[in-house]
Design a protein around this ligand. Structure first.
Ligand code: AKB
Length: 316
C-alpha cells in the first residue's frame, strides 16, 4: 500500500511539517505529497503541489482529498501547549474539531490511513514516572486534553470504522530549520538560536527541569517507520518515542562546550514552568522498539553539535 500513497499533510508550514513534507516527497515522489495549511506565502516556499486549507472547513478538506485522490492524511495542524493556554477555546476548536473533520473526511472517502502525532502533554501530575503508552492520563492543559481526545477518537474510528489511525506520541522536538511556536519545550530550541546569535539565553524553566526530547531527524524517522509498519504488528495506535532526556542546566552546559562564554540565566515563567512540571521527565518507548523497530540515533551531545553547526551556517 505504501508505494501507492498520495499523502495530504495538514499544518505543513509548522516546525514538523516543513521537514516532514520534503522527507515524504523524497521517498514517495514530489507529486504524491500535497502540502497544506493557511499560510500561502510559506506554502509557496515549500513548493508545489500545495493547497490552502483550514482544518476547520470539512468541505475544503474533502475537496482537496477528492481533487488529488488522496489516500493518506498526515494531520499536523495543532495549537501547542503554551499558546493553547492563551486561548483555550481556539486550541480546543482547532485540535479537536479539526481532527474530527480529518477523521470524518477519511471515513467518508475510505482513506487508507490517518497519521496524527500525539504528545507527552497527554500525561499529567498523576501519571507514574517513565510512563508507558497506556497509563494514567489526566493532563492539565487544553492542548494535553485535546491530544487525549485525539488519541481516543482515533482509536474509536479504528475500532468502529476500521480507519487505520496511528501516530507517534512525541516529546519536545528540537530542530534548526523552522522554529517551533507556542510550545512549552521550545526553550530547548530557542536556547540554540540565542546562543548562536547572542551568546546568551534566559531559560523560562528552572535549571533542574528535566523533560524528554527528540531531535528532528529522529522524529521524521519515527513518522516514516510508523507509517510503513504493518498494521498487524501494532499493539496500540499511539506510540511513545523518545530521543533523549535532559535538564535545562545540562542543556546549557552542553551548549557552553560548543559556544565558549555562553551565558545561561534561568527565570521560570509560572505558566510554562507549571506545564513542564506536570509532564514526565522521560517516557518508556519500549513498545515502539518492540513492535516496529524504533531506535533513536541522536543524543544530547550529537544533537547539540549538529544544531550549532547548522545554525551557524543558516544564521550566517
Ligand atoms: C509543547 O511543548 O507544547 C510541544 C509538545 C511537547 O507537544 N512541544
Amino acid at each position: 500500500m505504501w508505494l501507492a500513497m498520495i499523502i495530504l499533510v495538514t499544518g505543513s508550514t509548522g516546525q514538523i511539517g516543513s521537514e516532514l513534507v520534503p522527507a515524504l516527497r523524497e521517498v514517495y515522489g514530489k507529486d504524491r505529497v500535497i502540502a497544506s495549511g493557511r499560510n500561502v506565502a510559506k506554502l509557496r516556499e515549500i513548493g508545489e503541489p500545495y493547497a490552502e486549507l483550514d482544518v476547520l472547513r470539512r468541505d475544503e478538506i474533502a475537496r482537496v482529498v477528492k481533487e488529488y485522490k488522496v489516500n493518506v492524511i498526515v494531520h499536523l495542524a495543532a495549537v501547542l501547549s503554551a499558546k493553547g493556554e492563551q486561548d483555550p477555546s481556539l486550541a480546543w476548536d482547532i485540535n479537536t474539531n479539526g481532527t474530527l473533520n480529518v477523521f470524518e473526511v477519511a471515513r467518508e472517502n475510505r482513506l487508507d490511513m490517518v497519521v496524527v502525532p500525539s504528545s507527552i502533554a497527554v500525561y499529567g501530575p498523576e501519571t507514574p514516572d517513565n510512563p508507558g503508552d497506556i497509563t494514567v492520563m489526566r493532563p492539565k492543559t487544553i492542548y494535553g486534553i485535546s491530544k487525549v481526545v485525539t488519541e481516543l477518537l482515533g482509536e474509536y474510528y479504528y475500532l468502529k470504522y476500521g480507519l487505520d489511525v496511528r501516530g507517534p506520541r512525541l516529546p519536545g522536538v528540537i530542530s534548526w530549520k523552522t522554529p517551533p511556536g507556542g510550545g512549552t519545550t521550545d526553550y530547548a530550541v530557542e536556547a540554540f538560536y540565542e546562543a548562536v546569535k547572542r551568546g546568551e539565553y534566559t531559560f523560562w524553566v528552572r535549571p533542574d527541569t528535566r523533560l524528554p526530547m527528540i531531535y528532528m531527524p529522529d522524529a521524521i524517522r519515527a513518522f516514516m517507520m510508523l507509517m510503513r509498519a504493518d498494521n498487524s504488528a501494532l499493539t496500540v495506535r499511539f506510540y511513545n518515542v523518545q530521543g533523549m532526556s535532559f535538564t535545562a542546566k545540562e542543556l546549557a552546559d552542553t551548549i557552553a562546550r560548543y559556544i565558549p562564554g555562553f551565558k545561561a540565566d534561568f527565570k521560570p515563567d509560572p505558566l510554562r514552568q507549571r506545564i513542564a512540571d506536570s509532564w514526565p521527565k522521560s517516557i518508556d518507548d519500549s513498545k515502539a522498539r518492540r513492535d516496529w523497530g524504533w531506535r533513536p540515533v541522536w543524543g544530547l551531545e550529537s544533537m547539540a553539535r549538529d544544531m550549532i553547526e547548522n545554525l551557524k551556517k543558516s544564521l550566517g
